[in-house]
Design a protein around this ligand. Structure first.
Ligand SMILES: [Zn+2]
Ligand SMILES: [Zn+2]
Length: 234
């Protein structure tokens, strides 16, 4: 006979086999049953999505149509994880990836065009992938990385790139300035939409990561240029 115990959340008496630890792994010593754990994860996820949607509204106030270029991927983990639950580069299910020791997450945020080569620090340029693929990819250009993938995933990864960027990976120009507004934004996004609208009556669409700016990349001005940046407002 299986031993039974009571779940601390739903108070049902269940077989110890049904219990999990805080990470969701089966563990007869866990306090909560599998079903309760799953519900809790779903609740967190919904809360995260709601928070991320509010970020988007604020980014739109700040950057108007360019908001996607300015959305730091680490603030949109729930949305990125909703894109797919498998690694786009090797097909492993994220739930099956074994985390490397001391690595907090088996799933990494990958900058498709690497930051090192001027890739954008934005959700447009980010996908979740498994840790091993991310490490293997390193600072390779996306075109080079595609060559290393199995044909099936080469096709998939290219399609994802095109969908997210709006152009093929060959069109990426290396060495452009990288917008890294994450730090600046983290303080901005704590404010309410009303406060932001007061501060930014017009979208601040200058900066290197605007489409318009990318076209005028040759006549370069400093990446941080808020006023009179390549988008040319001032
Ligand atoms: Zn329960
Ligand atoms: Zn992978």
């Amino acid at each position: 006979m299986h031993k039974t115990k009571k779940c601390r959340r739903c108070h049902k008496t269940l077989s110890v086999e049904k219990f999990v630890d805080t990470g969701g792994e089966k563990n007869p010593k866990g306090h909560y049953c599998q079903a309760c754990h799953r519900k809790r994860i779903e609740k967190w996820h919904r809360a995260a999505l709601a928070r991320e949607r509010s970020y988007i509204e604020k980014l739109k106030i700040l950057y108007g149509a360019c908001w996607r270029h300015c959305a730091p991927p680490e603030l949109f983990h729930a949305m990125l994880s909703d894109e797919r639950d498998v690694c786009p580069y090797c097909g492993i299910r994220f739930s099956d990836v074994v985390p490397a020791p001391f690595n907090e997450s088996p799933v990494h945020i990958d900058h498709m065009d690497p930051l090192d080569k001027g890739g954008e620090h934005s959700i447009r340029n980010a996908v979740l992938c498994c840790g091993p693929c991310n490490i293997k990819k390193g600072k390779r250009s996306f075109v080079h990385w595609l060559e290393m993938l199995e044909p099936k995933f080469r096709q998939l990864a290219r399609a994802i790139y095109v969908e997210k960027h709006g152009h093929p990976p060959e069109a990426f120009i290396e060495g452009g300035p990288t917008a890294r507004r994450a730090q600046e934004l983290e303080t901005v996004l704590y404010q309410t939409e009303e406060e932001l609208k007061m501060q930014y009556p017009e979208p601040q669409e200058t900066g290197p990561s605007c489409k318009r700016a990318m076209k005028t990349r040759t006549k370069q001005s400093p990446p941080e240029g808020r006023e009179g940046g390549p988008g040319g407002q001032g």
